[in-house]
Every structure is written in C-alpha cells, then in structure tokens.
Design a protein around this ligand. Sequence first.
Ligand SMILES: [Zn+2]
Length: 308
Amino acid sequence: MRGAHIGDVLLKKTVLKKSDKILLAALAVVMAVSVFVIIYFIVIGLGGGKRPAESTGGHTETEHTTEGQPGSSTEDTRPPQTPDKVIALTFDDGPSLSVTPKILDLLEKYDAKATFFTVGYNLTSSKTELLRRAISMGCEIGNHSADHPSSLKNLSDEEILRQITEVNEKLSELCGTTPTLMRPPSGSINRHILEVLYEGGVRMYPILWNADSRDWEFNKRYLDGEISREEAIEGAVELVLSEASDGGIILMHDIKEITPDVLERVLEELSAEGYTFVTVSELFDFESMGEDAYFSKFFSSYNVVPVE
Ligand SMILES: [Zn+2]
C-alpha cells in the first residue's frame, strides 16, 4: 500500500513534471508568437503605413498620413480657382440709376468688390441709397471731379481745387465717406495739379488704369449702328481680357448701356482664371509710400510712377 502510495506519489510527481513541461512549452510558444506579432507590427509601423494597419497605433498613424497627403497635395497643385491673383475693377462717370444697380447686382453675384470714381453732377440725393449699398458691399467710392472737364491741366489753381473738394464734400454729405482716391478726367495729371491739391490741404492718390475696356467707344459704335450690340460687348470684353493682369486695374464706365453685359463676361472669365476682385485701396500699400503716394500715378500694383 505504502509502496503503492509512494509509487502513486512519484507517479503524480512525474505527471506533474510532465504537465509543467507542457505548460512551459505552451508559454514559450505563446511568448514567441507574441514577440513575432509585436515585431511584425513594429515593422509595419516603420514601413510608413503603406497598408492600412489593424493595430490601434498603426491605424492612427495611417489615418494621420492619409489625412496629411490630400492636404499637402492640394497645396502643391493649387488649381486655378484658388484666389491667388487680384485685380481691381473701376467704374467712372457714375453713379447712374439705370446702370450702377445692375453693376452692383453682378458684383454681389460674383462676390466681387469694385471702386467707383464718381462725378459731382451725378451725386444727387437720389443716389444716396445706391452709394450706401455699394459701401455696404465693401466697394470703394472715389473722386472723378465735379464737372468732368476734359482735363484738369487747363484749369486755374482755384478751379482745380474746387473740382476735387466739391466732390469730397458731396460724398461726405450723401454717404458719410471722404474719398482718398482720385481719377483725373481722361487720366490727365501733372505735378502742378497735385501740388495745388496738396497745398490746398487735399490728400488724394491719383489712380489710373492698365486695362481699358473702351466700353464708351464700343457703346457709341453700337448706338451709331456701326456694329451690333453683341459685337460691341465682345470688343470690350476682349480688350479687358487681353490686358488683365495680376495686380491690375480695369477701367469701365457705369453709365454705358452695354457695360453690365461686359462686366458679367469679365467676371465670369477672370473668376475662372482664379482672380479675386478687390478695391483699389486693397491693391496698394499707400501708407508705406508716405508723402510720395500723393505725387505718384498708380497704374497697377506693379506699376507706380512718380509724377514729373
Ligand atoms: Zn470719366
């Protein structure tokens, strides 16, 4: 019995030893598999997430990488619709109750801003709402003289000063804005005119243009029966598009019948080319130029010429 008992115990010990060995072997296999799995995921992780990893860490990395890639590739291959080019639309000789509202509607439609160089004789109280609307849209109001003489050059000093100050006063009364921009009639300007204004206490930046629609001329040729309305619009659009450039200034007139149709085509084309339509003051850093800015002609943001 005892012997058998001892034998049983011995047997049990042997059995236990055997199961221990099996257990240890199983543990070793589990550990080896674990180590292999860990090494496998480390390698996948370092591999740069080319494949979607299934471990939590790998997944986050992969997600981060794939999120980053479209972002950086969008920056690298910026499409034309990205607003990286700017241009200033300017309208002279208004405001007009028939044309200016159509211009503002189109600007609104294309999320564009413009600068209006107004003439004194068109600044009546009936235009108040129109001017306020333009300002509320972020547009800029400038000065195009009181009576639109063919040039300021032929006028007396006193008359030069009156042509500009009168418009500033009217605009201040009508819509509470005092312009800082002046477009001399016919683009005609000289040092003397600017000195007269400066000495008279008027601080204005003379703004010219580098892309002329000649809408007034095409409109006249259409009215004279020389060309069709479509040809007139096409002619002005082609001129603008051929001269339009980044930082440029486009000249149009918000008193001409064809001008809204010209504008719509220009907005359509230049928007597709990636242009953003800004005001003239947004195009230039006038302040950095100091007093020189009052004695310079501004054609485009890349073309500013001192007035001799
Ligand atoms: Zn004019």
